[in-house]
Design a protein around this ligand. Structure first.
Ligand code: GLC
Length: 755
């Protein structure tokens, strides 16, 4: 009896507490809605449309920027309250100057919101997002975004155009460096971690910024990996692969979404009402606002979806694209379109309401200058604490792909180490692409990192990677003729015990506008590698790249290979820490590495097809005659200096709502290490065919030498269900295969029946 009374009392107290303290967000939400409604009633149609206009700053451009002549027009529009936002404005001084005009010199004083591509850091850079994603460490990824937000907000930025949550499978596409790889489950978890890092717990604080999930949608499916190319994906792929990361970050309260350059089902994303209104704002209840991608509104004319810019403005507004980045479509035509009845003013009010709401939630109306504190800028940008955070992130992003004969870790006592490769001495490329605010030459190079461990090494560049070290590299800049450095490099390798070769891509060999048809080592690097190998086979290949590379020769011949991506500011220190065993590598590939570019797109969660396997010696099955079907390195793959073994897989399906899958993981070495335990399922028969494998759980664990641990996963309807061709979520009874292991290609298998 006493227990019941206690329980009743506890429940009663919780109910009373909640009644007196409605969640601050609900209270703020109602109050903000009232303020937005009140402000809308005061605004002219011109001022409303002004809020839907975003201009590039008068400085950098991250797209085909208009001629300088527009700067004066932008300035006039700003003074007339016809601008809602700027992008690419950097630094407190510039932000304050523009904010002052908007707030103190226009009729209603509505504050601007300042956006910037803070993709993997502001000044202190983390690894490129694909690299971070290889850590599978959600806490570290959230921390990385938090550091980026602190530095960006200190420089006046209120809003980042990140995380990019596109799913993609084609290494030819330059923007694979920018997201979380090929899997929607991992992509969703990482997208949420990044949004949490950027937006924090209190968006009114001056060290949190609005996030932006992009690009909505399916930009990662550009045909043949060619930038800005046609996209043609079915509804089932949209709902099962493309949408899940977007849906997850909407549920995590992401404040903005950016649409995409590409068409979906024949309609440009910016003018796509099904995606923006029916799915994003309707089915998912997204309350923030949609911004177009750079001039994607105007580009609907090129697509052949709009006759002219005015029609493009009409399509974009009616389809739910709330703010127009650098199209000049809204500022030129939207007022007229409303007056002509082609766009209802309610459409404008809905869009402007969403924009104003985010500005209120950011606290910009309470204090438009809250991000404009010069002292804070000086104190926080490049703060020492941030170095430790990005170093931790960089170490965890490194993937050990091969370590035959335990060549690694190197010993500090190791004599005669040769270091070869242009990238070993490069302090800029490791910063990677999409570093709009970081300064060149600010990365710790591999050479600098090694010096912390040993002086027993000599360096030879071997070959210039580019002919003219500029920030924006194109294939024309890649050195394909000058081999003058070969001789010195080979000579050094010949007299050395071990050769560390740092090869890969220039920092701007990947990123937007950098699709490639060849994905081997650029330039003369492969030839240099083979020349060195002829005189010394004891090579550690350190890869520095923004995309999966096709490296069959290296995979066959080189004893040790480390994937280090572009690791950001602390690159050289992280690489040295792993080379010398200070940090035991724990990364796992978030994207398959192909054997050859001909296999692209290649991904682990593929369908079985009607002819999956070789039935006898005929050719009539799904394969190439000149290449294997399997990737060189599969999704989820990564080695460690420890050795892990899996045993005792148990599937308990007694509770059909919570099917328990557990496995014992043992570190059979004496070296403490981290392992990402991965759970995959296969729904054998379904209303729409299901992939041969789908990641539905992972856990990164630390095991001391000789330590074991049982890891348990739960499979619920959320994990077992799928979307049919109409976008309806379904859970069907039937047989499911289960695999738990160290990668998508290796693990213990079992099965259960969902009744
Ligand atoms: C670019 C990119 C987008 C970026 C925007 C602003 O073209 O597609 O990801 O956020 O323009 O720089």
């Amino acid at each position: 009896m006493k227990k019941t009374k206690l329980l009743l009392f506890a429940i009663l107290s919780i109910l009373v507490f909640n009644a007196c303290n409605p969640g601050t967000s609900n209270m703020n939400k109602d109050a903000i809605d009232k303020k937005v409604e009140a402000l809308l009633t005061q605004m002219t149609i011109e001022e409303k449309v002004g809020q839907m206009v975003q201009y590039n700053g008068f400085y950098d451009a991250t797209g085909p920027a208009p001629s300088d002549g527009n700067a004066q027009k932008k300035y006039e529009h700003l003074k007339n309250g016809m601008v809602g936002s700027f992008l690419n404005i950097k630094g407190v001084e510039q932000v304050r100057a523009l904010q002052k005009i908007a707030v103190e010199e226009t009729r209603l004083g509505i504050p601007l919101i300042f956006g910037l591509d803070v993709i993997h850091g502001q000044k202190t850079l983390s690894p490129i997002p694909l690299g971070e994603s290889a850590s599978w460490d959600l806490k570290a990824i959230e921390k990385s975004a938090r550091v980026a937000a602190v530095e960006a907000s200190a420089m006046g930025v209120n809003w980042t155009f990140a995380p990019m949550v596109d799913i993609y499978r084609d290494a030819r596409w330059g923007r694979v460096m920018e997201g979380a790889g090929e899997d929607p489950y991992l992509g969703a978890k990482i997208g949420v971690a990044r949004v949490k890092g950027f937006q924090g717990d209190d968006l009114t604080a001056n060290n949190t910024i609005a996030a932006c999930a992009k690009h909505f949608a399916a930009y990662g499916f550009v045909e043949a990996g060619k930038e800005y190319n046609t996209v043609d994906v079915g509804t089932s792929t949209l709902f099962n692969i493309v949408f899940p990361p977007f849906k997850a970050v909407v549920e995590a309260d992401v404040k903005t979404v950016m649409n995409a350059f590409n068409i979906v089902n024949g309609i440009p994303s910016t003018g796509n009402s099904f995606m923006q209104r029916e799915v994003l704002k309707g089915m998912w209840g997204f309350k923030g606002f949609v911004i177009s991608d750079w001039a994607s509104g105007a580009e609907m004319v090129s697509h052949g979806f709009a006759r002219d810019l005015k029609e493009a403005a009409m399509h974009a507004a009616n389809a739910g694209s709330d703010m127009d980045m650098e199209s000049y479509a809204y500022v030129e035509y939207l007022v007229d379109l409303v007056k002509e009845g082609k766009v209802n003013e309610s459409v404008i009010d809905e869009a402007v309401g969403r924009i104003l709401r985010v500005k209120y939630e950011l606290g910009l109306f309470d204090d438009p200058y809250k991000y404009c504190d010069e002292a804070r800028e000086k104190e926080l940008v490049c703060h020492n604490d941030h170095q430790q955070a990005v170093l931790d992130m960089a170490r965890k992003s490194i993937v050990l792909l091969k370590n035959d004969g335990k060549v690694l870790p190197l010993k500090k006592s190791q004599k005669k180490i040769a270091v070869i490769g242009d990238l070993a001495d490069d302090k800029t490329s490791p910063l990677g692409s999409w570093r709009v605010s970081a300064d060149d030459e600010t990365a710790v190079s591999v050479i600098e990192g090694l010096k912390k461990y040993t002086s027993n090494f000599a360096y030879a560049k071997g070959v210039d990677l580019v002919t003219n070290p500029v920030s924006f590299v194109t294939e024309l800049d890649i050195n394909t003729t000058d081999k003058r450095g070969f001789k010195e490099a080979v000579k050094l390798a010949k007299k050395s015990e071990v050769v560390v070769m740092v090869l890969g891509e220039h920092g701007f060999h990947s990123g937007e506008g950098r699709s490639r048809t060849r994905i081997g080592l650029p330039g003369l690097q492969q030839e240099l590698l083979e020349e060195v190998y002829k005189v010394n086979k004891n090579i550690v290949l350190v890869l520095m790249n923004g995309r999966p590379l096709a490296l069959p020769w290296a995979a066959e011949h080189v004893p040790a290979i480390m994937e280090t991506w572009h690791l950001g500011t602390q690159s050289g220190n992280a690489i040295a820490d792993v080379l010398f065993g200070q940090y035991n590598p724990s990364g796992k590939l978030p994207m398959s590495f192909p054997r050859s570019v001909g296999q692209c797109p290649i991904y682990y969660n593929h369908f079985n097809t009607g002819r999956p396997g070789n039935s006898g010696d005929n050719v009539f099955w799904s394969h190439y005659t000149d290449e294997e079907n399997t990737p060189l390195y599969p999704f989820g793959f990564g080695l460690s200096y420890s050795d892990f073994e899996y045993s005792d897989l148990v599937i308990d399906d007694a509770d059909q709502k919570n099917i328990k899958v557990s496995v014992k993981v043992s570190n059979v070495s004496n070296v403490e290490g981290e392992e990402v335990v991965q759970l995959y399922i296969r729904d054998r028969v379904a209303a729409v065919v299901r992939p041969v494998k789908e990641l539905k759980g992972f856990e990164k664990i630390v095991l001391k030498g000789k330590e074991s641990r049982t890891v348990t996963f739960l499979l619920t309807e959320k994990e077992l269900g799928f979307y049919n061709g109409e976008g309806t979520f379904m859970v069907e009874p039937g047989e499911f295969d289960v695999m738990v292991g160290t990668s998508s290609a290796e693990g213990l298998t079992g099965a259960f029946v969902l009744k």
